[in-house]
Design a protein around this ligand. Structure first.
Ligand SMILES: *[C@@H]1O[C@H](CO)[C@@H](O)[C@H](O)[C@H]1NC(C)=O
Ligand SMILES: *[C@@H]1O[C@H](CO)[C@@H](O)[C@H](O)[C@H]1NC(C)=O
Length: 355
């Protein structure tokens, strides 16, 4: 008996030791690469007190991940990551705690509070706001006022906020992945020719400030049938005030899909708008919905030209392959990919760690 007891103890000890070490191995895998960190702190306890001075200190042609950690606070500055500075990871203290605010307007090229032009940029837990018309109660005339402009390839935003009114987020071009972000605005507030998945994001409509006129969530800019770009909203929440269309075309072959998303009553029954100059060419557009729910998802009165995607196209657009055919998302400094397909991320990561 004693022998058996000792054996069992030894067995369990061994089990827990191996479980424990497998576990810490998993956590090493989860925390991924180590990287140098530059601290930005307005109270003077960091390396820099503005985000831009931290970015300026990073050498051109940076080839390894470097983290710019931005302590809580409201940073009043325009921030630009130039094309020659890839592999920057900007990390805030939370999208409600670290905010970058600017209020430039009129030009989509010069107004953005945040401009990201390099490839391989990762941004987490920070908000970008263009305060010219946000909140709308500041009674400025409504103008183009961009909060963020993203033109690099392989750029990803995790738990970030984008706040504006007209043209909030210029998703210019390249493969982008937005997860658990909040995007707020009223007119064409997610626009451009990016090839992007917005997953589990909150789309916060503030069209109530348009005095009865309808807003537009998207103005996507795919311009030929050969272009692979488009906006995919997957497991998102569309909420807010006033009335809005899901989108209107910025270019001839605009492509937008809302997939498995909650659409509140802010979404107009017609759903989509063809913008004046596209009348008669609506068949070129790919505006679709699949698996959505909520009052605004009733498609009974939708425009007749809403697209009905084949199962093949639908699976391609809504799988991560649409933005990531080479695994770049799994090589980010924080592995947001592990939690991609399931909410039981811990179980999945253990499983992956053990394999
Ligand atoms: C940033 O500040 C910390 C501590 O104040 C220091 O150890 C580190 O070397 C500084 N980093 C840079 C890049 O200046
Ligand atoms: C969409 O196409 C599928 C077949 O691919 C068909 O079963 C379905 O009825 C179509 N839906 C509409 C609204 O046309």
């Amino acid at each position: 008996m004693l022998f058996h007891g000792q054996f069992l103890c030894a067995f369990f000890a061994l089990f827990f030791i191996s479980f424990g070490s497998a576990n810490s191995w998993v956590f090493r895998r989860l925390s991924m690469a180590t990287y140098p960190t530059i601290y930005v702190d307005q109270s003077g306890h960091g390396n820099f007190s503005t985000i831009q001075s931290a970015i300026d200190s990073i050498p051109s042609n940076n080839g390894n991940w470097i983290c710019v950690s931005v302590r809580a606070g409201e940073y009043r500055e325009q921030v630009r990551i130039p094309m020659d500075k890839p592999y920057i990871y900007i990390k805030g203290d939370g999208k409600r705690k670290t905010t970058v605010v600017w209020d430039s307007h009129d030009s989509i090229a010069t107004s953005p509070t945040f401009i990201s032009q390099a490839d391989n940029i990762f941004v987490k837990s920070i908000s970008f706001k263009n305060s010219f018309n946000n909140p709308p109660t500041n009674y400025n005339p409504i103008r183009t006022a961009v909060a963020a402009m993203i033109s690099g390839d392989k750029s990803s935003f995790y738990r970030c906020g984008f706040f504006g009114f007209q043209d909030t987020l210029w998703d210019v071009q390249g493969r982008h992945y937005f997860k658990l972000c909040t995007i707020q605005g009223a007119i064409d507030f997610i626009f451009g020719s990016g090839q992007s998945i917005y997953e589990r994001c909150t789309i916060s409509v503030i069209a109530g400030a348009l005095d009865g006129l309808a807003g537009y969530i998207t103005a996507q800019g795919r311009s030929t049938p050969e272009e692979t770009n488009g906006f995919v909203f997957k497991d998102c929440n569309v909420i807010g005030t006033g009335l809005t269309y899901l989108g209107r075309p910025w270019r001839e072959y605009s492509r937008v899909i809302f997939y498995n998303s909650y659409l509140s009553d802010v979404v107009l029954p017609l759903g989509w708008n063809a913008w004046g100059n596209f009348g008669g060419r609506e068949h070129q557009l790919t505006f679709a919905e699949h698996g959505c729910y909520g009052i605004g998802s009733n498609t009974l009165n939708r425009v007749k030209w809403e697209a009905n995607l084949s199962q093949d196209i639908l699976s391609w657009l809504t799988s991560i392959r649409f933005v990531d055919d080479d695994g770049w998302i799994s090589r980010l400094p924080v592995n947001i990919a592990l939690y991609m397909y399931t909410n039981s991320g811990m179980f999945l990561s253990l499983l992956i760690g053990l394999l």
